[in-house]
Design a protein around this ligand. Structure first.
Ligand SMILES: [Zn+2]
Length: 176
């Protein structure tokens, strides 16, 4: 290959890399626009458990888009999870600290269910057991079961379903 050919080859390679990047970006935008869920594999089972538990009680989750992802920046905070989509109707955007992975199963369930309950139903701290601020020190799987039963009872009896439609996302941004 002579120099000229070499340069052409390099230029073509660069163009292909750029095209690939653009396609990747576009694909990402299209996926977001289609409202496809973006749940990372470690959280899929937990989301299914939560959803199934409520579905069995006749409660459909009022959501269009669900994202549950690790966020590395949370390791600099005391938070195991944050419900970023709270007060944003139909959008669920939960981020989870990598430290979550070091906790026992019951605690991992508790964290995911707690954040989903914030995000999906706009339920705040203290309203039910599951929504106490901070992770309880002792947790067994039946504690999680009981807390979920209580959530179901709350949603069926005392909950004001207009709350899922409330949009305070602008306020959420101001107070960040
Ligand atoms: Zn919370």
């Amino acid at each position: 290959m002579n120099k000229e050919e070499n340069r052409k080859e390099n230029r073509w390679f660069a163009i292909r890399v750029i095209l690939l990047l653009i396609f990747g970006l576009l694909a990402n935008l299209i996926i977001e626009a289609q409202n496809e869920d973006w749940i990372q594999p470690p959280f899929e089972g937990y989301y299914k458990l939560y959803k199934t538990r409520l579905n069995k009680a006749g409660i459909e989750l009022p959501v269009d888009y669900v994202a549950i992802r690790y966020n590395t920046n949370l390791k600099y905070t005391p938070y195991l999870g944050v419900a970023r989509g709270m007060w944003m109707p139909t959008v669920v955007n939960v981020i989870i600290s990598e430290r979550w992975n070091t906790y026992p199963m019951a605690a991992r369930m508790w964290v995911i269910f707690h954040e989903l309950t914030h995000d999906i139903f706009n339920i705040e701290h203290g309203e039910i057991d599951l929504m106490q601020a901070g992770l309880p020190e002792w947790l067994e799987s039946w504690d999680v079961d009981e807390a979920m039963d209580q959530l179901v009872r709350f949603l069926k009896k005392d909950y004001d379903w207009d709350r899922v439609k409330e949009d305070r996302s602008a306020l959420g941004q101001m107070t960040k």
